[in-house]
Design a binder for this molecule. Structure first.
Ligand code: ADP
Length: 303
């Protein structure tokens, strides 16, 4: 279960949308594919799924060249396109049957439809018309159609866009659980989404890859230059007391007994602050590391 992209270029009539994109995605990962609008995410995803051809370069899914029509690699790929186009006049089950027939699921069709209705939690909606469903449920139907042929690789183009906060959490949970068994590449604008579900990220900007690595590593690397720690004590303190901690370079009061402590130290200094509180008989009631967030990293890479 893998996706390999080598030096892919895509020209639309007048415009170069991808300029030599290369990356690899291995199995059992949920990989966030990030980039500002127009960066080329949808274009890359359509090429991986075989919907449109690249101008040059190679894409392999599970070791098979996607352009090689002799092996139907599309059976290995599930795709939820941007805006999740569905036939709104069809009933949920009817639609899933329609998709199952495209993949020739034959005798196993009914069983597979039942399984997916259960996995995606659309039991109560299964006999409704797609047009009458809420956006969150339509998204689940979209995921069900992408999974119906049990593909090993799943390409999801902005799967939570337009959903309300509760729906977003549920769809994320679903994607996370699907990601344990499959290779998932998902595009999104939402950085918390990436931090919540993606082990790896690939950031593209203007058709080029600008970052590729484990989410934790990318955050840690740019955090190397220090961090801020938000602390709250029961006691009312004077700011000078914090300078007893040699790792602290700046102190700001955030109201009442809450303080923002800055350090240039690249290590986590929370244990040091904790020991300081104990040694000085202070009651520490909250402590939160405010490192550089992915949001900032994304902005600096895609300016
Ligand atoms: P993203 O998904 O990151 O927003 P897209 O892949 O949709 O980016 O688009 C990348 C660039 O290619 C954009 O500048 C867009 O206008 C252009 N583009 C996308 N699809 C087409 C198309 N069918 N014809 C011409 N240009 C296109």
């Amino acid at each position: 279960m893998s996706i390999k992209v080598f030096n892919v270029v895509k020209d639309y009539s007048r415009q170069r949308a991808l300029e030599g994109v290369s990356f690899e995605v291995q199995s059992g990962n949920v990989v966030g594919f990030l980039g500002p609008n127009g960066a080329g995410k949808s274009t890359m995803m359509k090429i991986i799924t075989g919907f449109i051809p690249q101008t040059s370069g190679i894409v392999e899914v599970n070791g098979v060249n996607v352009e090689n029509q002799e092996v139907d690699i599309r059976k290995e790929i599930g795709y939820l396109p941007e805006n999740n186009p569905l036939y709104t006049d069809m009933y949920v089950k009817e639609y899933l049957r329609f998709v199952a027939n495209i993949y020739n699921l034959g005798k196993s069709t009914d069983k597979r439809i039942s399984e997916l209705i259960s996995i995606t939690g659309i039991g109560y909606e299964q006999n409704k018309k797609i047009g009458s469903l809420s956006k969150g449920y339509r998204q689940r139907v979209g995921l069900a159609q992408a999974l119906i042929h049990n593909p090993s690789v799943l390409i999801l183009d902005e799967p939570t866009s337009g959903l309300d906060p509760n729906q977003i959490l549920e769809i994320r949970k679903l994607i996370k659980s699907i990601g344990q068994e499959k290779t998932v590449l998902l595009s999104t604008h939402i950085m918390q989404e990436v931090q919540a579900i993606c082990q790896k990220i690939i950031i593209i900007n203007k058709g080029k890859v600008v970052a590729d690595g484990a989410t934790e590593d990318i955050i840690a690397r740019s955090k190397g230059k220090g961090s801020n720690i938000l602390v709250e004590f029961v006691e009312t303190l004077d700011e000078q007391i914090f300078f007893k901690i040699k790792e602290i370079s700046a102190v700001a009061n955030m109201g009442d007994n809450t303080w923002l402590l800055s350090t240039n130290n690249k290590d986590d200094i929370r244990p040091i602050i904790f020991r300081f509180a104990v040694e000085n008989d202070l009651t520490l009631v909250a402590m939160q590391q405010k490192g550089k967030q992915l949001e900032e990293i994304f902005q600096s890479l895609t300016k």
